[in-house]
Design a binder for this molecule. Sequence first.
Ligand code: HEC
Length: 109
Amino acid sequence: MKKYFVVFSIFGILSLIIACGTSKQTTKTADTKTAEKNPAIKEYALADIEAGKSLWAANCGKCHSLYAANAYTIAEWQDILPRMYKRSKLENKADAEKIDAYLYSNAKR
Ligand code: HEC
């Protein structure tokens, strides 16, 4: 009986270790999926990133001080930016996309 207990305990500990390892991997997969699902996360043209930086500097510091690109992750920016674009009245979608280009390319990783 004692032997079985030991075997089961080892098995239990091993499953825990494996479970933890797997859950880490799941997180990674989730990140990759977000990137795949979201067309916003892609390689941006350098010209767009540069233009985006100027637009960000011109539009995003009107109501509060400028929040640095690397203050947030891409996921956090995606959550914040739609609200801010509405506030900034950036009617021109192309301009908003350039700001995306700048902020996403320099976001916290
Ligand atoms: C018309 C005013 C206004 C403009 C323009 C504006 N913001 Fe904001 N921003 C706010 C207010 C007000 C808050 C406070 C939080 C809230 O109410 O959402 C805020 C909060 C934030 C935050 C803090 C995070 C959060 O979730 O609250 C970030 C980052 C931010 N703004 C980025 C930007 C960027 C980038 C732009 C340019 C595209 C921008 N803002 C333009 C008004 C503005």
